[in-house]
Write a protein of this length. Sequence first.
Length: 322
Amino acid sequence: MKAVFIMCDTLRYDHVNPEIMPFTHEMGEKGVNYTMFFGDGGHTKWSMPHFLSGQRKFDKEESFPYKMTQSGVDNKLVHSNAVLVQEKYQECFKEYTDMGTEMAPVKTGLRRKLKDAGLWDKTRPLRRAIIGRKSFNVPYRRAEAILNHAQKKLDQIDEGFLWVQLMDAHIPYSPPDLDNFEQTEAIKLYDLILKSLQGSGHEFTSIELKRIQELYAAECMYMDKCIEAFVKSNPECIFFLSSDHGEMFGENYTWSHSPGPHGVTPQLGHLPLIIYGPNVLNKKIEQYNCSINVGSTLLELFNINERSGYGRSFLRDVFQVK
Ligand SMILES: [Zn+2]
């Protein structure tokens, strides 16, 4: 058996709908769809340990990928999220590919050094002057590139598990097919969000808000198309699809998912959780579920008689119990 977890970083629950993400929505209609699933952290650093280790604190030995490795179950990670590198979350997997570093080592290394030194924001005007305002340099790899590489890794697995982290919904909101005019506008809006997070006090107009939401939705739409191609190419796999946190557009007087006094808000905490594939039941589940249960469920899926952290397996919701 092969199982794949598609983690759509920063995907809001309410965007998995027929207009924005038709394929992902259909996966939810045909498979198991939790309508009240919650992440336990408002951004990647806080949220991911609950998924991986079944508890608030990241603990490699308590993590489900480590326990899979110990039980001889192959497991791999493909991603381009700097937090998974900095916090060493990627290291609980038997094998991991950080595509951010591997595909652009100099650029990514420099960006991460500047961020660690607190100089990333200060050097933005200089970088913009060098690169120009028309080319958007997204700090992650797009879904198509990530999933192409993920396919290679999945083909190497006979029986086992793959975690793929897609970053497209994350700021900056810059769908790949923008023309020059739209690129310039997207950069301007991105700068306004960043400045607002730093306390600029900028009052967003209704037009700015609408454009920000449209660009975010376009990223989700693009991601959905890439997910569709990937899922359809692998009909033998069981897919789990979720998000580590959502995103805010001025609700709670703030933007994006920056750490702040808001902690976990409904916009950040309420997440999609869809399970889809061979023999998966067709069921909408309205009971509460949360991210600490994911690891224990994946362990049971591979017949590993252990729990990850405090999580309880919900596998009996997913398959017919014999
Ligand atoms: Zn995240």
